[in-house]
Design a protein around this ligand. Structure first.
Ligand SMILES: *[C@@H]1O[C@H](CO)[C@@H](O)[C@H](O)[C@H]1NC(C)=O
Ligand SMILES: *[C@@H]1O[C@H](CO)[C@@H](O)[C@H](O)[C@H]1NC(C)=O
Ligand SMILES: *[C@@H]1O[C@H](CO)[C@@H](O)[C@H](O)[C@H]1NC(C)=O
Length: 481
């Protein structure tokens, strides 16, 4: 009965929404926006990650990752786990159909290393191999381009137990061997590879520790482990890039890069101290990885402050690191206001993508850039029958503002080539668990079948992506709500 009621309400909602969007479409206005305003080679997508959305955590030979361990220690805000998550493992065909209906041009997802190679090294799990082949084939059959992340916080627990994962240089060899399997098996169809997702919060400030979900060192303290761990991540990145370039790229004609979490930092005042504090924040979050992969060194500010706590690259490593990427992925959500004493993130600030991209252009020789994550979270009520769960006008406002903000910076010569909404559908959020919703599609986590339901933003993005020349008007009507 409940199910029937729900279906009924979303049915009515569908018509209501289409009517609403129709109204919006026919009223011309300054903020009208269409995918056709962007260059044809620009790509619009949405994303998910393996542990946050796949579920089937103990099925078909998958073994735990460090993220499984973390959540099973009750460390997620709502004690949620990714055991079932959005169950994409079983529902990928349905999901790809929804993507197609939405007009999605690209889909960003990650491979669960412990599904593919359960012990971190050694035997490949045929069922894991098969799953990603199926998913990739399904995407390709609808003309949806996969952007695939190799490591999205979830390396195999076996490697943590064996040698402390990121903290050990052995990680480099295992990561490269895993990447080799992925390139070899999927590289004929996957043309965009991301080595690591947000490695710049893994080692420092994220849980304040050297592995993303190990927690045994104080937040932000200049202890060596985080820098050692990220040093090994950077060397793992460069080893995978080197492998791809020497063994696969010529034949497969793909691109490989890395995706960072990038806040946009602004000083609270124009005082010398606030500006210096802001430069420090940028160095310790963005420049940390950018200087490494563009110039093969760490930022001077970091070296000054950390001294020998910060590892060194050998001459060979520096040579290999220099220019070791085809693109940079930027995950961007917030502006952070900085003064000498604190750095305070603002909630859901829009419009700072151009500042970030211009910064990268000026400082790092105008690389190809993708906004690999951007989005808006709502909280609390995830009862799909409640309007609050699907009337997400704030999300639409945020997406509209941010997508629109990219146009001038593209015209100003940045190599911004794509934009991905985080997320395609609700999943297990890193700390917020199931209490935070980023999805265009909502997921009913109380339903055994993990029923998907479209939010208003689903219709908005669909209408924006439509290649019929109509403009999507996110009018004052919508903003006013
Ligand atoms: C965590 O840190 C404490 C204090 O430094 C130490 O005694 C303990 O052995 C550490 N635990 C692990 C698992 O490393
Ligand atoms: C430099 O690194 C590459 C890749 O790891 C390796 O093949 C090469 O032997 C190294 N060269 C030296 C001189 O260490
Ligand atoms: C446009 O690009 C130029 C040259 O890189 C730069 O100096 C200028 O600040 C950019 N304009 C904006 C609005 O970012």
């Amino acid at each position: 009965m409940v199910m029937r009621g729900l279906r009924m309400s979303s049915y009515c909602f569908f018509f209501l929404t289409n009517f609403f969007l129709l109204l919006l479409n026919i009223s011309a206005g300054v903020s009208a926006l269409s995918r056709l305003d962007f260059p044809p080679d620009f790509v619009f997508g949405a994303g998910v990650s393996a542990y946050q959305h796949e579920g089937a955590a103990a099925e078909d030979g998958r073994k735990p990752s460090i993220w499984d361990t973390f959540v099973h220690q009750g460390k997620t805000f709502d004690k949620g786990t990714g055991d079932i998550a959005a169950d994409q493992y079983h529902k990928y065909k349905e999901d790809v159909k929804l993507m197609h209906k939405m007009g999605l041009e690209a889909f960003r997802f990650s491979i669960s290393w412990s599904r593919l190679i359960p012990d971190g090294h050694g035997a490949v799990n045929p069922k894991g191999l098969n799953y990603y082949n199926n998913l990739i084939n399904e995407l390709i059959s609808y003309g949806i381009e996969p952007h695939v992340t190799l490591s999205h916080f979830d390396y195999p627990q076996a490697l943590q137990d064996e040698y402390k994962g990121f903290e050990n240089r052995k990680f480099i060899e295992d990561f490269t061997a895993y990447a080799d399997v992925c390139f070899k098996e999927y590289g004929d169809r996957v043309k965009t590879w991301i080595t690591f997702n947000e490695p710049n919060i893994v080692g420092y400030g994220f849980t304040g520790c050297s592995s993303p979900f190990g927690v045994n060192c104080s937040v932000g303290a200049p202890v060596p482990e985080p820098y050692k761990a990220t040093h090994n991540i950077i060397l793992s990145h460069v080893a995978a890039v080197h492998l791809y370039r020497t063994k696969y790229q010529e034949k497969q004609k793909g691109q490989i890069g890395i995706t960072l979490l990038t806040f946009w930092f602004e000083p609270v005042t124009n005082s010398v101290l606030d500006i210096a504090a802001t430069e420090k924040e940028i160095a310790f979050s963005i420049d940390w990885f950018m200087e490494a992969i563009v110039y093969g060194r760490y930022p001077a500010i970091m070296r000054q402050r950390l001294g020998s706590t910060l590892p060194h690259f050998t001459e060979n490593e520096t040579n290999m690191l220099t220019g070791s990427f085809d693109f940079i992925g930027l995950n961007h959500y917030q502006i952070v206001k900085v003064d000498q004493h604190s750095a305070t993130p603002s909630e859901h600030e829009g419009g700072s993508i151009p500042k970030l991209v211009e910064y990268i252009k000026e400082k790092y020789k105008n690389p190809t850039v993708f906004i690999h994550e951007n989005g808006y979270s709502t909280e609390g009520d995830d009862d799909p029958s409640s309007p609050a769960s699907y009337i997400d006008t704030k999300r639409i406002e945020c997406l509209h503002k941010n997508i629109q903000s990219m146009l001038p910076t593209i015209r100003n010569g940045t190599n911004l080539k794509g934009y991905f909404v985080w997320s395609f559908l609700d999943g297990l959020e890193v700390f917020g668990g199931y209490g935070k919703h980023f999805g265009l599609y909502g997921v009913d986590f109380n339903d055994r079948n993990r029923r998907r339901y479209p939010r208003l933003s689903t219709y908005w993005y669909t209408s924006f992506l439509a290649k019929n020349g109509r403009k999507t008007e996110t009018s004052s009507l919508l903003f006013a709500q």
